[in-house]
Design a protein around this ligand. Structure first.
Ligand code: NAD
Length: 421
């Protein structure tokens, strides 16, 4: 194993590239295709002036990276966070290409981000940042070009503003330009819960594969936002015992299981999970290494690294977040025989339901929630089976299998389309 610094280990772009290189090498990928797929096709940087509530003008930096449009328009979320970097957005854009290919939906990959701290901004300031960011990108996004969605720090309201701004520029209401919109304006039923639901479907399939029972499975979830809270709620309702929930400002533990419905009410009332009476306080970092069968990191990147991977006790790791495990930690988890379901499969329920939303917007016909959930289950289960079979056939772990499957699908299409000169 090559020695790398901690700084390199936690650079998401390096993490992505390390897995890409390994999978490409195992696939014996043609050198030219390797060069095409290793880097994003387009990287846009914008510096956006915004008038703040106190009258000052502030300039924010935003990114949109389009990694590939080989299999269809590019697709990927927009993140608002103070620590967004171009390398992070690049990695997330590449992961979107692989993710869409793993679940075999007709999209390439993209991602966007704005360096800002939504916790410290008013609604009006966030709206103005969003509208100006959208206006700067207006010729680069669109239903047939690049379709944004929510990610960390953005939500349905953000998507509504992007849809409206884009529509004002194109002089017609265009719902299919973003997904993850409110249901009242072209959003899909079931989209809000889809990533968490996908995580649960993958958990169910993993248990079946490993001969484990739902009732005997103790689960720890890190991150209680869109992905983590929906996964925890759906899994709790299905009979899993959620014994730990961790947030950035503190975690909770109850060996008998946490009542997730009550925890959601507490969070709604107090704006935090901290102080919940139905569990004892436990540091989030300690939760990651606490005894459990199933660990679901659903917060942010670089949570499982060479520093703590050795102490992970879970038998199954399902990556709700993007990039929660570093490449160096992969090797340690493999030695410990942890069954890892990688992000590009485990959290693909979100983009799959986004695909359904885009289809419904273009059809102008909206499906019942049961139809969305049934189609989602079908895609998640068959993709899980594809990846696990690929891993067994090629004698690689699930992550490298998912990358190999995805890279092979994308390179095949590039060959078919040919190189435009
Ligand atoms: P979110 O902002 O709704 O939730 C993230 C939660 O994690 C927040 O509650 C935040 O307080 C918490 N958090 C942040 N840092 C933390 C830390 N160090 N320890 C513990 N908790 C921490 O975002 P989300 O949409 O749920 O996304 C979470 C992850 O899932 C991200 O990696 C995102 O890229 C990925 N993801 C999201 C979707 C989606 O549909 N929303 C789809 C695929 C992947």
């Amino acid at each position: 194993m090559r020695t790398i610094s901690m700084e390199q280990e936690i650079n998401p772009w390096e993490s992505q590239a390390a897995r890409f290189d390994l999978a490409a090498q195992k696939l014996n990928l043609d050198e030219g295709l390797w060069k095409i797929l290793r880097y994003p096709a387009r990287e846009i940087i914008v510096h956006i002036p915004v008038q703040m509530d106190d009258g000052r003008i502030e300039v924010f930096t935003g990114f949109r990276v389009q990694h590939s449009i080989a299999r269809g328009p590019s697709k990927g979320g927009i993140r608002y966070a103070p620590d967004v970097t171009l390398d992070e957005v690049r990695a997330l854009a590449s992961w979107m290409t692989w993710k869409c290919a793993v679940v075999n939906i007709p999209f390439g990959g993209a991602k966007g981000g704005v360096i800002c701290d939504p916790k410290k901004l008013s609604m009006g300031e966030i709206e103005r940042i969003t509208r100006r960011y959208t206006a700067e990108l207006v010729e680069f996004i669109g239903p047939e070009k690049d379709i944004p969605a929510p990610d960390v720090g953005t939500n349905e309201q953000t998507m509504a503003w992007i849809m409206d701004t884009y529509s004002m520029h194109t002089r017609q209401t265009c719902t299919a330009v973003v997904t993850g919109k409110p249901v009242t304006m072209g959003g899909s039923r079931g989209r809000r819960e889809a990533t968490g639901r996908g995580v649960m479907i993958i958990a169910n399939e993993s248990l079946k594969k490993l001969g484990m029972n739902i009732e005997d499975t103790r689960v720890i979830v890190q991150g209680f936002g869109n992905v983590g809270s929906n996964a925890a709620k759906l899994m709790h309702d299905t009979g899993y015992k959620i014994i730990g929930v961790g947030e950035w400002n503190g975690g909770l533990f109850n060996a008998k299981g946490i009542d997730i419905e009550k925890l959601l009410e507490h969070q709604q009332r107090n704006g935090t999970i901290v102080g919940f009476a139905g569990a004892e306080a436990r540091a989030t970092a300690d939760l990651l290494t606490s005894d459990c069968e199933l660990l679901i990191p659903a917060a942010t990147e670089n949570q499982i690294t060479s520093q703590n991977a050795e102490r992970i006790k879970a038998k199954v790791l399902i990556e709700g977040a993007n990039g929660p495990t570093t490449a160096a930690a992969d090797d340690i988890l493999a030695d410990k025989k942890v069954f890892v379901v990688p992000d590009i499969l485990a959290n693909a329920g979100g983009v799959t339901a986004s695909y359904f939303e885009w289809v419904q917007d273009r059809q102008g016909y909206f499906w019942k929630e049961s139809v969305v959930n049934e189609q989602l289950e079908h895609i998640m289960v068959s993709s899980f089976e594809d990846v696990v079979r690929y891993a067994e056939t090629h004698n690689v772990n699930n992550r490298i299998a998912a990358y190999m499957l995805a890279i092979d699908r994308v390179q095949f299409t590039i060959r078919q389309r040919g190189i435009y000169a």
